[in-house]
Write a protein that binds this ligand. Structure first.
Ligand code: 5RP
Length: 218
Protein backbone atom coordinates (compact mmCIF):
# COMPACT_ATOMS: atom_id res chain seq x y z
CA UNK A 1 0.00 0.00 0.00
CA UNK A 2 1.19 3.53 -0.70
CA UNK A 3 1.40 6.12 2.04
CA UNK A 4 -1.60 7.88 0.53
CA UNK A 5 -3.65 4.67 0.62
CA UNK A 6 -2.75 4.29 4.30
CA UNK A 7 -3.79 7.89 4.97
CA UNK A 8 -7.10 7.19 3.27
CA UNK A 9 -7.67 4.05 5.34
CA UNK A 10 -7.11 5.96 8.60
CA UNK A 11 -9.32 8.81 7.40
CA UNK A 12 -12.23 6.57 6.45
CA UNK A 13 -12.01 4.76 9.80
CA UNK A 14 -12.63 8.14 11.47
CA UNK A 15 -16.09 8.32 9.90
CA UNK A 16 -17.18 5.89 12.66
CA UNK A 17 -16.57 8.68 15.18
CA UNK A 18 -18.89 11.20 13.48
CA UNK A 19 -21.96 11.66 15.64
CA UNK A 20 -25.46 11.76 14.16
CA UNK A 21 -26.79 15.32 13.89
CA UNK A 22 -23.63 16.88 15.34
CA UNK A 23 -21.19 19.51 14.14
CA UNK A 24 -17.80 17.97 13.39
CA UNK A 25 -14.42 19.66 13.79
CA UNK A 26 -12.24 19.20 10.72
CA UNK A 27 -8.45 19.55 10.58
CA UNK A 28 -6.15 20.17 7.63
CA UNK A 29 -3.84 18.18 5.37
CA UNK A 30 -3.71 15.37 2.87
CA UNK A 31 -5.02 12.78 5.36
CA UNK A 32 -7.89 15.05 6.38
CA UNK A 33 -8.70 15.62 2.70
CA UNK A 34 -9.64 11.93 2.50
CA UNK A 35 -11.77 12.36 5.62
CA UNK A 36 -13.56 15.35 4.08
CA UNK A 37 -14.23 13.34 0.93
CA UNK A 38 -15.71 10.55 3.05
CA UNK A 39 -17.75 13.08 5.01
CA UNK A 40 -19.28 14.17 1.72
CA UNK A 41 -20.90 10.74 1.48
CA UNK A 42 -22.61 11.06 4.87
CA UNK A 43 -23.26 14.80 4.89
CA UNK A 44 -27.02 14.32 5.40
CA UNK A 45 -26.20 12.83 8.83
CA UNK A 46 -24.37 15.91 10.19
CA UNK A 47 -25.38 19.49 10.92
CA UNK A 48 -22.16 20.92 9.55
CA UNK A 49 -18.43 21.31 10.07
CA UNK A 50 -16.09 23.71 11.82
CA UNK A 51 -12.99 24.03 9.67
CA UNK A 52 -9.40 24.70 10.73
CA UNK A 53 -8.16 26.27 7.48
CA UNK A 54 -9.15 28.03 4.29
CA UNK A 55 -8.06 24.94 2.34
CA UNK A 56 -10.33 22.59 4.30
CA UNK A 57 -13.18 25.13 4.13
CA UNK A 58 -12.91 25.21 0.33
CA UNK A 59 -13.01 21.40 0.13
CA UNK A 60 -15.97 21.16 2.53
CA UNK A 61 -17.83 23.88 0.62
CA UNK A 62 -17.24 22.13 -2.71
CA UNK A 63 -18.91 19.01 -1.30
CA UNK A 64 -21.90 20.97 -0.03
CA UNK A 65 -21.07 20.45 3.64
CA UNK A 66 -22.34 23.46 5.66
CA UNK A 67 -19.59 25.44 7.36
CA UNK A 68 -20.18 26.58 10.93
CA UNK A 69 -18.26 29.47 12.50
CA UNK A 70 -16.45 28.33 15.65
CA UNK A 71 -17.57 31.57 17.32
CA UNK A 72 -21.13 30.24 17.14
CA UNK A 73 -20.50 27.00 19.06
CA UNK A 74 -19.50 26.41 22.69
CA UNK A 75 -18.29 22.86 22.30
CA UNK A 76 -17.61 20.31 19.59
CA UNK A 77 -18.07 16.61 20.33
CA UNK A 78 -15.36 15.41 17.93
CA UNK A 79 -12.37 16.87 16.07
CA UNK A 80 -10.62 14.83 13.39
CA UNK A 81 -7.12 15.82 12.28
CA UNK A 82 -3.80 14.40 11.14
CA UNK A 83 -0.33 14.86 12.60
CA UNK A 84 3.26 15.09 11.47
CA UNK A 85 4.44 13.02 14.44
CA UNK A 86 2.67 11.38 17.38
CA UNK A 87 4.33 9.78 20.41
CA UNK A 88 3.22 7.08 22.84
CA UNK A 89 1.47 9.61 25.10
CA UNK A 90 -0.50 10.98 22.10
CA UNK A 91 1.43 14.25 22.10
CA UNK A 92 1.89 15.49 18.55
CA UNK A 93 3.82 17.77 16.27
CA UNK A 94 1.43 19.43 13.84
CA UNK A 95 1.59 22.32 11.43
CA UNK A 96 3.37 20.79 8.46
CA UNK A 97 0.57 22.38 6.42
CA UNK A 98 0.86 25.64 8.37
CA UNK A 99 -2.63 25.50 9.90
CA UNK A 100 -1.46 24.88 13.47
CA UNK A 101 -3.04 27.90 15.17
CA UNK A 102 -6.58 27.36 13.94
CA UNK A 103 -6.14 23.62 14.45
CA UNK A 104 -5.16 24.20 18.05
CA UNK A 105 -8.14 26.48 18.62
CA UNK A 106 -10.62 23.97 17.17
CA UNK A 107 -8.97 21.16 19.15
CA UNK A 108 -9.30 23.19 22.35
CA UNK A 109 -13.06 23.44 21.88
CA UNK A 110 -13.45 19.72 21.15
CA UNK A 111 -14.28 17.00 23.64
CA UNK A 112 -12.56 14.24 21.65
CA UNK A 113 -9.55 14.60 19.34
CA UNK A 114 -9.35 11.74 16.84
CA UNK A 115 -5.90 11.66 15.23
CA UNK A 116 -5.64 9.96 11.83
CA UNK A 117 -2.20 8.89 10.63
CA UNK A 118 -0.27 6.39 8.63
CA UNK A 119 2.15 4.36 10.73
CA UNK A 120 5.20 6.39 9.64
CA UNK A 121 4.01 9.24 11.88
CA UNK A 122 4.37 7.25 15.11
CA UNK A 123 7.63 8.02 16.95
CA UNK A 124 9.22 7.31 20.32
CA UNK A 125 10.37 10.92 20.78
CA UNK A 126 9.01 13.98 19.01
CA UNK A 127 11.36 16.27 17.13
CA UNK A 128 12.71 14.63 14.00
CA UNK A 129 10.00 16.52 12.10
CA UNK A 130 10.88 20.24 12.33
CA UNK A 131 8.59 21.97 14.83
CA UNK A 132 6.47 24.69 13.16
CA UNK A 133 6.09 27.94 15.09
CA UNK A 134 3.69 30.63 13.84
CA UNK A 135 5.06 34.13 14.44
CA UNK A 136 3.92 37.72 13.97
CA UNK A 137 6.05 38.92 11.00
CA UNK A 138 7.79 41.80 12.81
CA UNK A 139 8.91 39.39 15.57
CA UNK A 140 10.38 36.72 13.31
CA UNK A 141 14.07 37.51 13.95
CA UNK A 142 13.55 37.94 17.68
CA UNK A 143 11.66 34.63 17.94
CA UNK A 144 14.32 32.88 15.83
CA UNK A 145 17.05 34.03 18.26
CA UNK A 146 15.03 32.80 21.25
CA UNK A 147 14.39 29.42 19.60
CA UNK A 148 18.10 29.07 18.86
CA UNK A 149 18.79 29.77 22.54
CA UNK A 150 16.51 26.81 23.35
CA UNK A 151 18.76 24.58 21.23
CA UNK A 152 16.85 24.52 17.94
CA UNK A 153 17.77 25.64 14.45
CA UNK A 154 14.87 27.76 13.18
CA UNK A 155 14.39 28.22 9.44
CA UNK A 156 11.88 30.58 7.90
CA UNK A 157 9.34 28.74 5.71
CA UNK A 158 10.06 30.56 2.46
CA UNK A 159 7.17 32.04 0.50
CA UNK A 160 4.56 30.93 3.01
CA UNK A 161 1.99 33.08 4.80
CA UNK A 162 -0.54 31.49 7.19
CA UNK A 163 -4.31 31.94 6.96
CA UNK A 164 -3.82 34.48 9.78
CA UNK A 165 -1.29 36.56 7.80
CA UNK A 166 1.73 35.37 9.80
CA UNK A 167 5.01 33.54 9.14
CA UNK A 168 6.21 30.06 10.08
CA UNK A 169 9.59 29.19 11.55
CA UNK A 170 10.36 25.47 11.25
CA UNK A 171 12.63 24.47 14.12
CA UNK A 172 15.08 21.67 13.36
CA UNK A 173 17.23 19.66 15.74
CA UNK A 174 14.98 19.44 18.78
CA UNK A 175 14.73 16.15 20.72
CA UNK A 176 11.58 16.82 22.68
CA UNK A 177 11.70 14.89 25.94
CA UNK A 178 8.98 16.96 27.66
CA UNK A 179 6.51 18.12 25.00
CA UNK A 180 4.03 19.89 27.31
CA UNK A 181 6.83 21.89 28.98
CA UNK A 182 8.39 22.92 25.68
CA UNK A 183 4.96 23.83 24.27
CA UNK A 184 4.38 26.21 27.18
CA UNK A 185 7.95 27.58 27.06
CA UNK A 186 7.83 28.43 23.34
CA UNK A 187 4.41 30.05 23.68
CA UNK A 188 5.94 32.43 26.24
CA UNK A 189 8.23 33.99 23.62
CA UNK A 190 6.90 37.40 22.66
CA UNK A 191 5.76 37.34 19.05
CA UNK A 192 4.86 33.65 18.96
CA UNK A 193 1.23 33.06 18.01
CA UNK A 194 1.42 29.38 18.78
CA UNK A 195 3.66 26.39 18.20
CA UNK A 196 2.96 23.02 16.65
CA UNK A 197 3.32 20.98 19.82
CA UNK A 198 -0.06 19.55 20.76
CA UNK A 199 0.80 18.10 24.17
CA UNK A 200 -1.20 20.07 26.71
CA UNK A 201 -4.19 19.04 24.61
CA UNK A 202 -3.08 15.90 22.81
CA UNK A 203 -5.13 13.32 20.95
CA UNK A 204 -7.70 11.11 22.68
CA UNK A 205 -7.95 8.46 19.99
CA UNK A 206 -5.33 7.39 17.45
CA UNK A 207 -6.33 5.67 14.22
CA UNK A 208 -3.04 4.37 12.87
CA UNK A 209 -3.02 2.80 9.42
CA UNK A 210 -0.49 0.09 8.56
CA UNK A 211 -0.60 -2.48 5.73
CA UNK A 212 -2.20 -5.00 8.16
CA UNK A 213 -5.09 -2.64 8.91
CA UNK A 214 -6.11 0.37 10.98
CA UNK A 215 -5.19 0.09 14.66
CA UNK A 216 -7.43 1.97 17.09
CA UNK A 217 -5.68 3.17 20.23
CA UNK A 218 -7.06 5.28 23.06
C1 5RP B 1 -1.48 20.77 9.01
C2 5RP B 1 -1.25 19.63 9.90
C3 5RP B 1 -1.44 18.26 9.33
O1 5RP B 1 -2.34 17.55 10.13
C4 5RP B 1 -0.13 17.54 9.29
O2 5RP B 1 0.81 18.34 8.61
C5 5RP B 1 -0.26 16.18 8.60
O3 5RP B 1 -0.46 16.39 7.24
P1 5RP B 1 -0.71 15.21 6.21
O4 5RP B 1 -2.03 14.60 6.58
O5 5RP B 1 -0.74 15.92 4.88
O6 5RP B 1 0.42 14.24 6.33
O7 5RP B 1 -0.93 19.73 11.05
O8 5RP B 1 -1.17 21.99 9.63
Amino acid sequence: MTQDELKKAAALAALDYVLEGAIIGVGTGSTVNHFIDGLGGIKARITGAVSSSEASSARLRALGIPLVDLAEVDELPVYVDGADEIDGGFSMIKGGGGALTREKIVAAVSRRFVCICDASKQVATLGRFPLPVEVIPMAARHVARELAALGGQPKLREGFVTDNGNLILDVHGLAIAEPAKLEARINQIVGVVTNGLFAQRGADVLLLAAPEGVRREQ
